[in-house]
Design a protein around this ligand. Structure first.
Ligand code: S3P
Ligand code: PEP
Length: 449
């Protein structure tokens, strides 16, 4: 959906101890991929635990537009796929709303079929760079017509006679890697993606689960992923694990809110996603992994986070960026409540997310009385110590769910309330954020607009 409707101003106030269990929703990255691969399999894929956030609902609608049957019955999602190369030409414009993952993966999935589709999104998505995906799709033989600078709305004419591709991704991006692999599904022979830094590997894992041949090798060039084209994908039964990127919010809230003790069960700790938790532990957070186990081939644990008044700032190494890319906004909130400087480098990708996340956080933190320095590829937050952030500002969320949630978390520990002008975007990834946080004891309220 391109419009988020009327803004929903929200305010968070200093809260007493947060306690209890926070059952966060399903993983957003895995949910998109389950719907898309389900739509490309032959037969019915069943998905439980799917994230029912707007980003994923928009991908479900897109899969219907390409000819798959997608239905929710009794809490389970049923996807009746059309097979690799079986996508129909959509009759309407594909609106991916706020979702970079949705639009980029779907572009890849349709680019090697002889069909044409036009993509659009909301004001945030229509500002984000798409050439990073359409450049490699052109190598397969797809053609693109879009706005200047490779922006949406954009029409892709899929390749009628696609060629396989060998592509080294110029930016660390699982979306680009996944778009190329999905396009490679309907190309003959082997499609190869090379990434210098490993990014989240859910596509590789799920493609293998659906029966595609995918090889991953770590070489001097980086990680080399080879997919054999034109497989018949077999439908799967998928239980989507809970999202570590959503778990980050109750975890960080507990660490900075006096007296808190919160359990966040069943969180995937895939090393390509778990960088935030490593960082928090290095900062001295009282964050433990309980009941560590393997589920569906992924490491999983229950996270227990307790108020940690003695956290210290650290240098977050650039090679960790890909494994915590969506978590820097909320990390900067924890950094504001720690002692000393937290320096984050190798993070220029943050500038092309739903908003320029370095600028959005830096401006909002400064308005709340926190010192922030920044450059194109780095930023540094000077902590005010536990309970030391003045707060007392209204911050723009800029159509960015993670900015809105991060400042509401800050408000729980700041001396004066912190407001966001629009909490509406939270529904894209974490529709139950407000009731979940409130049930833990957080004072978060909607204001009359
Ligand atoms: O592949 C994915 O599911 C995602 C990849 C990342 O984006 P980039 O590929 O742009 O780094 C991440 O920020 C996004 O939230 C989800
Ligand atoms: C960057 C994000 O998502 P997307 O790129 O899918 O819009 C996010 O969820 O933080």
């Amino acid at each position: 959906m391109s419009s988020h409707g009327t803004p929903i101003p929200m305010t968070a106030q200093r809260s007493g101890p947060l306690s209890g269990t926070a059952e966060v929703p399903g993983d957003k990255s895995i949910s998109h991929r389950a719907l898309i691969l389900g739509a490309l399999a032959v037969g019915e894929t069943r998905i439980t635990g799917l994230l029912e956030g707007q980003d994923v609902l928009d991908t479900a609608a897109a899969m219907r537009a390409f000819g798959a049957e997608v239905e929710r019955r009794d809490g389970t999602w049923h996807v009746h796929g059309v097979g690799v190369g079986g996508f129909a030409e959509p009759e309407t414009v594909i609106d991916c709303g706020n979702s970079g993952t949705g639009v980029r993966l779907i572009m890849g999935a349709m680019a090697t079929s002889p069909i044409t589709a036009t993509f659009t999104g909301d004001a945030s998505l229509n500002r984000r760079p798409m050439a990073r995906v359409t450049d490699p799709l052109a190598l397969f033989g797809a053609r693109t017509v879009g706005r200047a600078g490779g922006r949406l709305p954009m029409t892709i004419v899929g390749a009628a006679d696609p060629l396989p591709v060998r592509y080294a991704t110029p930016v660390p991006s699982a979306q680009v890697k996944s778009a190329v692999l999905l396009a490679g599904l309907n190309a003959p022979g082997e499609t190869v993606v090379i990434e210098r830094e490993a990014t989240r590997d859910h596509s590789e894992r799920m493609l293998t689960g659906f029966g595609a041949e995918v090889r991953t090798e770590d070489t001097d060039e980086g990680r080399v992923i080879t997919l054999t084209g034109r497989p018949e994908l077999r439908p799967q039964i998928i239980a989507v694990p809970r999202d570590p990127s959503s778990a980050a919010f109750p975890v960080c809230a507990a660490l900075i809110t006096e007296g808190s003790d919160v359990l966040v069960p069943n969180i995937g700790l895939n090393p390509t996603r778990a960088g935030l938790f490593t960082t928090l532990r290095e900062m001295g957070a009282d964050l433990t992994y309980e009941n560590e186990r393997e589920e569906g081939g992924e490491p999983v644990a229950d996270l227990r986070a307790r108020f940690s008044p003695a956290m210290r700032g650290i240098d977050v190494p650039p090679e960790r960026a890909a494994s915590m890319i969506d978590e820097y906004p909320v990390l900067s909130v924890v950094a504001a409540c720690a002692e000393g400087e937290t320096r984050m480098t190798g993070v220029k990708e943050l500038r092309v997310k739903e908003s320029d996340r370095i600028d959005a956080m830096a401006q909002g933190l400064r308005a709340c009385g926190v010192e922030v320095a920044e450059g194109e590829d780095w930023w540094c937050v000077t902590g005010r110590g536990a309970g030391g952030v003045p707060g007392g500002a209204t911050v723009e969320s800029r159509l960015d769910h993670r900015i809105a949630m991060s400042f509401l978390v800050l408000g729980l520990a700041a001396r004066a309330p912190v407001s966001v002008d629009d909490g509406g975007p939270i529904a894209t990834s974490f529709p139950i954020f407000e009731p979940l946080m409130t049930a833990l004891g957080a004072h978060i309220e909607r204001e009359a607009s």
